[in-house]
Design a protein. Structure first.
Length: 336
């Protein structure tokens, strides 16, 4: 028999006992003729099913017969059927209930025999009932564990007490805490008749509170201002071009000037080659000056663009620029 079947049967017998008890003690009249006739029919059908080996069907019929008729005779047959299906706790409870039933004025000898048999069977079943104790470990102070056996809750006041159960396999569970900190532990126990067993359940630790991860804002790479990069490129490009052109023109002008002493003695140049070289030297000197001027202007523009770029963000790497001038040449050293 499964745990769910045992739990269902236990619920049924409790319902039967409650209903029978209410008829015997709470109601002022005995069962009606209709109820008694229905109970006799169910009683007969139950015994026939039991004889054919259909214990589950027999149990249902006899439960209904006892609920309607509420007699020692139907009660003892119900108890015997409980024993056959292995539910000896329920069987003993029915036997004890039969002993508490008031004696009817017209009670038959068969009912008297049923009472005697119920008392005997109750004593016989008592040592056969297994005992299950649930031991709970790691229960935090201030928290209460709620126990259930085969899905049926055990009152908290009886948590530490041995529980009487039917023979067979039993599922045990405890629940601690509520809501987000609720946790459970489960176990099983297989018991035979008269056996005392113990199940140890360890309460899981409370869940660790999760600390929300706050995303670190990612600073986008700095962007230069719209005109800054253009001025840097245009200015420094012009400066470099001016230096290159100025250097070439300067070297050419110096070469032409170096040829003049031989071509223009006494600094007097006629219309020959000396005059042409002198004019050419002057032209290249002028080109050198213009190129240097353009390069200087480009340098200024580049520096302005660099300053505008640096003013946009303080995270831009520091740029440095150093001009240099040599004999016949000039240039820029820088880091961007």
């Amino acid at each position: 028999m499964t745990s769910s079947s045992r739990a269902l049967a236990l619920s049924l017998v409790v319902g039967v006992a409650s209903l029978s008890g209410s008829r015997a003690f709470a109601q002022s009249h005995p069962p009606t003729a209709q109820e008694l006739e229905t109970a006799r029919t169910l009683y007969k059908e139950g015994k026939e099913l039991r004889a054919r080996g259909d214990l589950r069907g027999a149990l249902e019929k006899l439960q209904a017969a006892q609920a309607l008729g509420n007699t020692p005779v139907t009660g003892i047959e119900l108890a015997r059927t409980y024993v056959l299906v292995g539910q000896i706790v329920e069987a003993r409870e029915v036997c004890l209930y039969i002993a508490r039933m008031p004696t009817a004025p017209d009670e038959t000898e068969k009912s008297v025999e049923a009472r005697t048999e119920a008392a005997r069977l109750a004593e016989e079943l008592r040592p056969r009932i297994p005992t299950l104790r649930v031991k709970i470990e790691a229960l935090p102070s201030g928290e209460t564990a709620h126990l259930s056996i085969d899905g049926v809750s055990v009152p908290d006041a009886a948590l530490a007490e041995p529980q009487k159960v039917d023979p067979g396999k039993h599922a045990v569970a405890i629940r601690v805490g509520e809501g987000a900190v609720a946790r459970e532990a489960h176990g099983e126990s297989m018991l035979t008749e008269g056996q005392a067993g113990e199940v140890t359940l360890t309460v899981p630790p409370p869940p660790v509170a999760l600390v929300p991860v706050v995303p670190v804002p990612v600073t986008p790479p700095p962007r230069l201002s719209g005109t800054g990069p253009l001025l840097v490129k245009l200015g420094f490009g012009t400066a470099i071009a001016g230096v290159v052109v100025g250097s070439i023109a300067g070297v050419t002008a110096m070469n032409k000037a170096n040829q003049l002493p031989g071509e223009c003695p006494q600094h007097a140049c006629g219309n020959g080659n000396g005059a042409a070289d002198l004019s050419s030297a002057r032209t290249w000197a002028t080109a050198t000056n213009v190129a240097i001027g353009v390069g200087a202007a480009g340098l200024v523009v580049g520096l302005i663009g660099l300053w505008r770029s640096r003013s946009t963000t303080a995270t831009v790497d520091t740029a440095s620029l150093s001009p240099w001038i040599g004999v016949g040449a000039a240039g820029l050293d820088g880091r961007f």
